[in-house]
Design a protein around this ligand. Structure first.
Ligand code: BTN
Length: 258
């Protein structure tokens, strides 16, 4: 029986992941980059790249995403969904809903989603999703679904202390990351088969914490303030500004007001 606190190894991951194709490096640049190359080389849908440490791990808006050894799940899954380009935001939903679902039983009532790609625990960010598409001409060849999930990252006395959180801070029990990972991958398998179904959108919508709230959304260097009126079928946030105009925003960063 492995110690749940152990670092990942090939053998431990093989035990946990069964027949799923995976690549593990104790340290690499970004799992998204390794997965991209593997996808170009022909990796099947469902393959996953994992690491314990990223030198050039990235989040949205070019931010750095890293974590001390053994404290997080840092992974990228290769998906080959048959979707039209307007459905691409739904891959973000696949990742976010899958993470939220596996956390909910561990921290009941404390999990929510922050549009478009953050998973929150007690209103602080516990995980982020970074989807990247690979095109062959006009055809979508693969989507790399990058996920970073804080399991036992200690944010005390860091600039992120009031914004980020780790799962174990809330559960107060040791989490076996290999078990968590395997459960997560199965939920991604499940939802990635349902990218075109309304149940994905409905599940995501039901978990969104920002509906009805007054927010500013920053996109392309400008901010729009208003009330979140909903999300449309493509995953765009519908923001009603103070003049009553409805904006459908496909990307941006939400800051709560008041
Ligand atoms: C965000 O919230 O900004 C998205 C963060 C995504 C981070 C993960 S960690 C594993 C994968 N590899 C990367 O370089 N980024 C994603």
């Amino acid at each position: 029986m492995p110690d749940p606190d152990d670092l990942f190894t090939d053998a431990r991951l093989r035990d946990a992941l069964g027949a799923r194709p995976f690549r593990f490096e104790p340290q690499l640049g970004s799992t998204n980059d390794v997965a991209r190359q593997w996808a170009i080389d022909g990796a099947p849908s469902g393959s996953v790249v994992l690491t314990e440490a990223q030198n050039t791990g990235r989040g949205r808006f070019g931010r750095i995403w890293s974590a001390p050894l053994g404290t997080a799940l840092l992974m990228s899954m290769i998906l080959r969904p048959r979707v039209t380009p307007d459905r691409l935001p739904r891959l973000t939903m696949v990742g976010a809903v899958a993470v939220a679902e596996i956390l909910e039983p561990l921290a009941p009532g404390k999990v929510s989603l922050k549009w478009p790609n953050d998973v929150m625990l007690t209103n602080r960010k516990v995980a982020g999703v970074l989807p990247e598409a690979i095109w062959q001409g006009n055809t979508l060849s693969a989507v790399i679904l990058g996920i970073g999930l804080n399991v036992r990252v200690d944010f005390t006395d860091t600039p992120l202390a009031d914004k980020a959180i780790s799962l174990e801070t809330v559960t107060d029990t040791l989490i076996d990351r290999a078990v968590l990972l395997n459960t997560l991958l199965h939920r991604i398998d499940y939802w990635s088969m349902r990218v075109d179904e309304s149940v994905l959108l409905e599940t995501w919508r039901a978990m969104l914490g920002t509906l009805g709230q007054r927010v500013t959304v920053y996109a392309a260097g400008a901010g729009i303030t208003g009330q979140v009126a909903g999300v449309d079928d493509n995953g765009a946030l519908i923001l009603q500004d103070d003049d009553g105009i409805l904006h459908h925003l496909l990307a941006g960063e939400v800051t709560l007001r008041g």
